[in-house]
Design a protein around this ligand. Structure first.
Ligand code: AGP
Length: 620
């Protein structure tokens, strides 16, 4: 999923564009480029590789101008190369654009343009958009329209958008209309920053932080023109629409690395604070319940919910699995967790009183958004548990609960996971207390939850032990992660963390499942990470651990500090504070985040920008 930036104002555009792309690089980092209006032409600088390489290119070949667009790419169509890097131009060079999304009918459009004599430079779907706008511009010129008339540009753009199938977030420059920048959105997020006599455009708010707090979120089928004369937004079906300016909370300090070597490590160590933020203002100790301000759902409706579906992708799906245990244990509501990519196409027989929660850090994951829309289409109440304020999913859901975890820049999700689990715990309490849960049980629940920020801070003290464990096993090419009950989803999450940043094959399983096949994988070079703090199934997990040891499989145990037996049973022990079972994921996930981080470092991997990945998967 790519990152797009744009600028119209009085400052040197290239500096702002490059700074914005550096902040968006977590969205994709295969190639990068900028285009700046310069001397009544458009200067383009682009190349494969990271934004740092583009910065060097612009330093050696500067561009001067105060209107421009930029792009950092996660390749969907066309391999990573200089020619496939954005921006892309039409043949005449009158149209220059950048794109985030996938145009599903690009082949047919390319064929039509080629038959009409068009020539292509790249293998991307994006160039097809540029060439199609250029072609539509030609048709308008033949009818006497002038290319320096903004309305001509609007018409060429809108004719093109009407022909596109698929998703796009676009930023477009027209050479003959040098004072403006156009943008359009369908399925890929875009936000406009409103400054004093200047406008910013970006895929999310991180490039805007420190420049403006006032933003306008574009919705699907919105298009806009940004110029020094002002901002015009048009909705495809209803024409020009009112502009609603919202304010973003993030501070510049939130997106700075500070003294940390990587965003991932910074965000792991932010977890005591991010959990405090998730709890802030939501603990009702008098009534022994939780307080939510944005559910937009009355108590009567909530009391009659007879089924809950939690839908998400990746790490957020793992948080949903913890939520399933929490809601079923404390609210006694049947709950199921669905991969969003599956739910969107399944025709699940959901009851009328089914409530759907979309769990998402970014609020822009295409599959999660599509699943949410599908459930809304069928009349279900849909709520979002989301981190990014004003994101598409947060705006399209009927209501929801923000994580308030602050920007999560590292591609591997860490603080979002523990914040999602915290919010799901609060939700389980809230639903339980409006049904059968007693005041005293609710109070005990809250008192345990209140201690979590300090206990996670204590958990982080395991970092030096984790480094030692990482050094012992970093060369292994296969890992198993095993846990039961609340720690089964943690096992899946730990395996995902290791996979996505160290490229080691890792699988998570319910510990008891080992005997049904996976134990055949065990050998001296396949460590098994057992998530086994004390609890109701502790002895069962220890039995599984011993079955692995009996087959000479190395065992790494995530165990409670009070456990005196584990040292004799495991090859390596990483201690975590003893907490009630239902809150264990908040502490047991932390050493697994650190273990993945340290192993990835030892293997020379790019922790914040792992290969093939992007932070927000805004394409199917
Ligand atoms: C997690 O480390 C991954 N980066 C990925 O699985 C992520 O959780 C998934 O893409 C969902 O993203 P979302 O929470 O923003 O919807």
């Amino acid at each position: 999923m790519c990152g797009i930036v744009g600028y119209v104002g009085y400052r040197p555009a290239s500096e702002l564009l490059l700074d914005g792309l550096s902040r968006l690089e977590y969205r994709g980092y295969d190639s990068a480029g900028i285009a700046v209006v310069q001397d009544r032409d458009i200067a383009v600088r682009k190349r494969s590789g990271r934004v740092a390489g583009l910065i060097q290119l612009v330093e050696s070949h500067p561009v001067n101008g105060s209107i421009g667009i930029g792009h950092t790419r996660w390749a969907t169509h066309g391999e990573t190369s200089d020619v496939n890097a954005h921006p892309h131009l039409d043949e005449s060079g009158r149209v220059v654009l950048v794109h985030n999304g996938v145009i599903e009918n690009h082949d047919r459009l390319r064929e039509r343009l080629t038959d009409a004599g068009g020539g292509f430079r790249s293998t991307t779907d994006t160039e097809v958009i540029a060439q199609l706008i250029g072609w539509n511009l030609d048709q308008l010129v033949e009818t006497g329209r002038l290319t320096d008339d903004p309305q001509t540009c609007w018409d060429a753009l809108e004719s093109t958008l009407a022909e596109l199938k698929g998703t796009y977030g676009l930023a477009v420059l027209f050479r003959d209309c040098p004072g403006s920048l156009w943008t359009a959105r369908c399925g890929s997020p875009l936000v406009i920053g409103v400054g004093r006599e200047e406008y910013f455009l970006a895929s999310d708010t991180s490039p805007l932080v420190g420049y403006t707090r006032d933003v306008v979120y574009l919705d699907d089928h919105d298009a806009a023109r940004l110029s020094r004369d002002g901002l015009e937004v048009r909705q495809r079906d209803s024409g020009t629409r009112d502009i609603s300016i919202q304010t973003i909370e993030d501070e510049a300090v939130d997106i700075e690395l500070g003294e940390f070597p990587h965003y991932m490590l910074k965000e792991i160590f932010e977890q005591p604070q991010s959990i405090r933020n998730a709890l802030r203002g939501r603990l009702d100790l008098d009534n022994a319940t939780a307080i939510f301000g944005g559910l937009n759902t009355d108590a009567h409706e909530l009391r009659h919910v007879d089924r809950i579906v939690l839908t998400a992708c990746g790490t957020s799906w793992h948080a949903g699995l913890v939520g399933e245990y929490l809601i079923e244990e404390f609210a006694r509501i049947p709950t199921e967790v669905e991969y969003a990519s599956e739910l969107r196409y399944r025709n699940s027989p959901l009851s009328d009183n089914t409530m759907v929660f979309a769990i998402t850090q970014s609020g822009e994951t295409a599959d999660t958004l599509a699943a949410l829309r599908e459930c809304r289409r069928k009349g279900h109440k849909t709520l979002a548990i989301c981190n990014v304020v004003g994101s598409t999913i947060a705006r399209e859901a009927d209501g929801g609960i923000y994580l308030h975890a602050g920007p999560e820049i590292g591609v591997a999700s860490t603080k979002a996971f523990t914040s999602q689990v915290t919010v799901l715990a609060l939700l389980a309490l809230y639903l339980g207390r409006m049904r059968h849960m007693s005041h005293s049980a609710g109070l005990a629940f809250l008192e345990s939850l209140q201690q979590m920020p300090e206990l996670i801070a204590e958990t982080l003290e395991c970092h030096s032990v984790v480094r030692e464990v990482a050094a012992r096993y970093a060369e292994c090419e296969n890992f198993l992660y095993l846990g039961r009950q609340y720690n089964f989803p943690v096992s899946l999450e730990g395996a995902l963390k290791l996979k996505e940043i160290s490229y080691i094959h890792a699988e998570g399983y319910p510990a008891a499942e080992m005997k049904h096949g996976p134990i055949a994988l065990v050998d001296a070079m396949t460590p098994s990470v057992f998530v086994t703090p004390q609890g109701g199934v502790y002895e069962k997990v220890i039995s599984n651990l011993e079955e692995i040891r009996a087959r000479r499989g190395p065992v790494i145990a995530i165990a409670g500090t009070s456990d005196r037996r584990i040292e004799r049973l495991a090859d390596a022990v990483i201690p975590v504070p003893d907490v009630p079972e239902f809150l264990q994921p908040l502490v047991t996930s932390v050493p697994l985040q650190l273990l993945a981080y340290e192993i990835a470092l030892l293997r020379g991997c790019d922790v914040d920008r792992p290969r093939n990945l992007a932070k927000s998967v805004t394409v199917e």
